[in-house]
Design a protein. Structure first.
Lengths: 728, 283
């Protein structure tokens, strides 16, 4: 990225675009950072959650008297103890806080215990008697849709159907020179953050409630907790930053509601709840497994003309953000391509397979795998270079994408593909493949992708931030999006410093505390830099104005930003289209062992259309982290379930990539200028993991045989290799 | 049994440790690096009332060569094995396997005796010990010392001939011959920190072959048909190597689990043997 650094030195910015070291770096690498679950309070009570014994069952009776009688137990709570709504969920509240009549997954909470020690709390759990009447578990989405399938919820198993239709696919397929098809299946990826769900809560002497809990949406969590407690939300303070990882897995409520309920029954004693990994696996959301059956049509000249797809999503037991995940998947299923004829049907299906929700990429990696596999297959069928075919079909500003949306914002996906094409990886690919050692098969693969920034059309999306100048003459920046590992606090300080004319490390950045920061929305949807950054810039500008007027400290200025919405509309798809999108193109070199199917990604080039780079080191961090997460999705990660029960119980059998699986990653910043963003920046936190999940299977296909199901474990690649060998 | 009710004792000598085991029999369990024990206890298993910590016992730390035997104490860690000059000279096969166990942290804590005591068919040091035809030293207060061939030591997954009053004290074997060809191979779901789906320990000398597979049977298995053919082959071309490797298919009895199917494991026994033979024989 030297070119980026060089260009920076001549563009007149003092801080924006510089490799400003992480403000929180020293305390993180020395282990001094206190995450919420690292805190400790004296006189603590310890909470535990009783989980359902069956994936699907009627609760006939819950008896807690023996647990309550155990010495050392402070309280045992059931659904009867919930003062407000016994339900939660960001979109619809179909998930009980504590199950009363029915359980729909083994992760369902049935009762809560607080005790003098964690061990006592665990003992008390064993004394709670729940009388279940087991029901057949619904575990296959396609079977869940069949008539007569046991309903997970009263309304049946189809939670949502989203469709997108443009042009005339039947005619387009009939006229296409090449039609390729496949059914693509994706894993139940686990967020696997290092800090499992947990935190503290305390009922304060003034009757208010404080919750310390790593989370991606503190203000929304506060509203959800208030609805459950039947409380004025202003009596609840949530401190949510920094997080020991989130990736979408702390977007929905995790333990805030349990902490709140327990804290109401511990007589003012602080209460702690912290999931063990095994509990996190069972109770936490996962990435929705997709089954995408799709057809792609293209002409001899390389024009992609038609795309048809049927997406069936394993929703798991509760909605959470699933409806929005499906909608984004449908919006982006045609990727950044100008496909004129598109017909997509997406079905979101309840099952008893735990529950799924937000996860970096939000439905897009799943459909990208299908689309980009088909694009590669079409290129092969037509005898066209796969990268040239992509460059020919990608959308440019002012053009209409596959969803039928005219792009009126920055787009540099062609330039990303071009940057990949000029990279040393791509230029040397044939030579590298030809130099495969004995017993190894080598391949290269490429893919590109798009991901919306912000919540999209029809979903109110705003950001506020505040800048204060204290009486002592120190700047404080108060901003909602949490520090989740990505380093947004540092780039907010860079932006504010650029406006205020101070140094970034002269600014104290406060994040994610509803007691201090204005409601600036979530750290999700690739919006942290873009939305949080604009609110920061606007607040800093107001502060600069106050200072220019000679106002004396203490001073406070608030900045607001309402995310621009797309001019066009995609009727029936809430949240689509997105006005601003991040784009990326990624290519990989990999090697497959011809005997075992073991696959090793050796090199990756990741070209990212990120608008203007605020901090090149931060961009590289996101790019590299995203690539490794994509490697995991493509090659090894899956939470295996059978009959509604988890076969993968912890990180012994959940196979995350380690440094051994981490390829050499070259990040290329393809700078466009997003006029609506801070200093021209836009969000790329998710798109960085999208194309790579398809580039890897494309490279495997080139090396040996094509895989249609991810992760491409050694066994699956071996099977694909054998199938390929048996073909004439 | 609650965690807080369990008692850990740390005897200062082997005699004292054996006394604890003799007095408490099934109620006491030896604790070495705790890399398996911690996991099992967390899962609610192995809730032994008394744990006898043996990791620091001086009698279990030896690593020496005398009278034709290389002897390794039961409390020697994987880390010591893989860094040992003696192992590099006398049992590089065992050192290579130790290098593939878990992570650096596990290698610093886990012990050779613990790997034997846990008796997992996927224990990484066990196939090399089979290929070395090692003997396992067991000691008790009443019965003194006895040496059991490693192939007779395991009864099944998690089960060994060790009596509750006995402690695994050491392992001994004849050193690998200078210039002998050997190979350790491990197939896991990733490059490190992975439990073996299949593993292979291979030794070759003119007229001599030892082949042992891990994770493809109730215990580690010797592939005696492969050994016989390898020791009798006059020349190794690719066709010979492949046909011998294919025999492994009939010498293993894997099961399907969360990591891999039985069919894949069975094929991979052949694949690892083929890959290993081709590497050591350069065919």
């Amino acid at each position: 990225m030297r070119s980026i650094d060089e260009r920076r030195s001549s563009d007149g910015f003092q801080w924006v675009g510089r490799r400003v070291p992480r403000l929180d770096g020293p305390e993180k690498v020395t282990g001094r950072t206190k995450y919420m679950t690292d805190l400790h309070f004296a006189n603590a009570a310890y909470g535990r959650v009783l989980r359902a014994a069956h994936p699907h069952a009627i609760i006939r009776r819950i008896e807690v008297s023996r647990a309550r009688a155990l010495p050392g137990v402070i309280c045992v709570l059931t659904a009867a103890d919930i003062p407000g709504l016994n339900g939660f969920g960001i979109i619809i509240q179909d998930q009980p806080v504590l199950a009363r009549e029915k359980v729909r997954m083994t992760g369902d909470a049935v009762a809560l215990v607080a005790a003098e020690s964690e061990e006592l709390a665990e003992q008390a759990l064993a004394l709670i008697e729940v009388d279940y009447e087991p029901l057949p578990a619904v575990t296959e989405p396609l079977q869940a849709l069949a008539p007569g399938a046991p309903p997970v919820h009263e309304g049946g198993n189809l939670l949502q159907r989203t469709t997108l239709c443009r042009g005339d696919v039947a005619r387009a397929f009939a006229e296409a020179d090449a039609v390729v098809e496949g059914t693509f299946e994706t894993p139940r990826q686990m967020h696997a953050f290092i800090e499992t769900e947990g935190g503290w809560a305390r009922l304060e002497p003034d009757g208010s409630l404080t919750i310390w809990c790593p989370a991606q949406a503190a203000y929304r969590d506060r509203l959800q907790v208030a609805r459950i407690l039947g409380w004025n939300p202003n009596r609840i303070r949530i401190i949510s930053s920094p997080l020991g990882g989130g990736f979408g897995g702390k977007d929905e409520l995790t333990v805030q509601h349990y902490l709140a309920l327990l804290a109401l029954h511990t007589g003012g004693r602080p209460v702690k709840l912290h999931y063990k990994r095994e509990e996190s696996v069972v109770a936490g959301i996962k990435r929705h497994p997709f089954r995408v059956e799709a057809w792609l049509g293209a002409n001899r000249d390389g024009t992609i003309t038609a795309l048809q797809a049927r997406i069936v999503v394993d929703k798991g037991a509760y909605a959470s953000l699933g409806p929005a995940v499906l909608n984004l998947a449908v919006e982006h299923i045609a990727g950044p391509y100008k496909v004129e004829h598109v017909a997509v049907e997406g079905l979101l299906v309840y099952t008893n397979n735990g529950t799924n929700g937000a996860f970096r990429g939000f439905g897009v990696p799943q459909t990208c795998f299908a689309l980009e596999s088909l694009v590669e297959m079409a290129a092969e069928r037509l005898g066209i270079d796969p990268l040239a075919l992509r460059k020919q079909n990608v959308v440019r500003r002012g053009e209409v994408d596959g969803a039928g949306h005219r792009i009126e914002s920055s787009v540099a996906v062609w330039e990303c593909l071009d940057a990949v094409e000029r990279s040393s990886l791509w230029e040397g690919r044939a030579e590298w493949v030809a130099a495969a050692p004995a017993g190894k098969l080598r391949g290269y693969g490429v893919a590109c992708g798009v991901h919306g920034v912000g919540l999209g059309k029809g979903v109110p999306d705003f950001a506020n931030a505040a800048v204060e100048l204290t009486a002592e003459g120190r700047f404080r920046l108060l901003v909602a999006p949490q520090e989740i590992g990505q380093g947004n606090g540092t780039i907010y300080a860079q932006m504010a410093a650029e406006v205020l004319g101070c140094a970034p490390d002269e600014i104290e950045v406060v994040q994610g505390d509803t007691g201090q920061v204005p409601d600036g929305g979530t750290v999700t949807a690739s919006r942290g830099t873009y939305a949080g950054g604009m609110a920061t810039v606007n607040a800093a500008k107001k502060m600069a104005t106050l200072l220019g007027q000679g106002a004396p400290p203490p001073l406070r200025a608030e900045g607001y930003f309402i995310l621009p919405q797309a001019a066009g509309a995609l009727p029936g798809i809430i949240g689509a289209p997105h006005h601003v999108c991040g784009y990326a193109a990624q290519a990989v070199l990999l090697e497959v062992d011809a005997l075992t199917g073991e696959t090793r990604v050796e090199r990756v080039v990741s070209a990212i259309d990120c608008g203007r780079v605020i901090n090149p080191t931060g961009l590289e961090g996101q790019s590299e982290g995203g690539v490794v997460m994509g490697v995991g999705f493509a090659l090894c990660e899956d939470t295996l379930m059978e009959g509604g029960l988890h076969r993968t119980r912890n990180l012994t059998t959940y196979i995350l990539p380690t440094t051994c699986e981490t390829p050499a990653i070259e990040t290329i910043a393809v700078e466009s200028c997003e006029e609506t963003g801070p200093f021209g920046a836009k969000g790329i936190g998710e798109v960085v993991m999208v194309p790579v999940v398809a580039a890897i299977p494309n490279a495997i296909a080139r090396a040996t045989g094509r895989v249609f199901r991810l992760p491409a474990t050694p066994e699956r690649v071996w099977a694909a290799m054998r199938k390929e060998a048996q073909q004439p | 049994m609650l965690l807080s009710e369990m008692k850990v004792v740390a005897p200062g000598s082997l005699t004292e440790a054996l006394r604890w085991l003799e007095e408490h029999q099934d109620r006491a369990r030896p604790l070495a690096g705790a890399t398996d024990a911690m996991v099992r206890v967390k899962e609610g298993q192995w809730r032994s009332p008394i744990w006898v910590e043996i990791r620091r016992l001086p009698e279990l730390q030896r690593m020496d060569q005398a009278d034709g035997w290389v002897t390794v104490g039961a409390a020697v860690t994987y880390g010591r094995l893989l860094r040992s000059e003696l192992m590099a000279q006398t049992a590089p096969l065992l050192a290579a396997a130790a290098r593939d166990v878990g992570s650096v942290q596990i290698q610093a804590m886990g012990t050779l005796g613990g790997n034997l005591g846990t008796a997992s068919p996927a224990g990484d040091t066990i196939p090399p010990l089979f290929a070395l035809e090692a003997e396992v030293g067991l000691c008790s207060r009443g019965g003194g010392e006895r040496w059991v061939p490693v192939e007779s030591f395991f009864l099944g997954p998690g089960r060994t001939v060790r009596r509750p009053d006995e402690l695994i004290t050491a392992v001994r074997f004849a050193p690998q011959a200078p210039g002998e060809r050997w190979k350790w191979q491990k197939l896991g779901l990733r490059g490190a920190q992975a439990i073996s789906m299949v593993s292979l320990a291979l030794r070759l000398q003119p007229g001599f072959a030892r082949v042992a597979f891990g994770a493809v049977g109730p215990t580690v298995l010797r592939a005696r048909k492969c050994e016989a053919w390898l020791s009798q082959a006059e020349a190794f071309d690719l066709a010979t190597v492949r046909s011998i490797a294919q025999m492994a298919w009939k010498e293993v009895a894997p099961i399907s689990d969360v990591r891999a199917s039985a069919a894949y494991r069975q094929q991979m026994a052949c694949a690892l043997l083929e890959r290993g033979l081709r590497e050591v024989l350069a065919v």
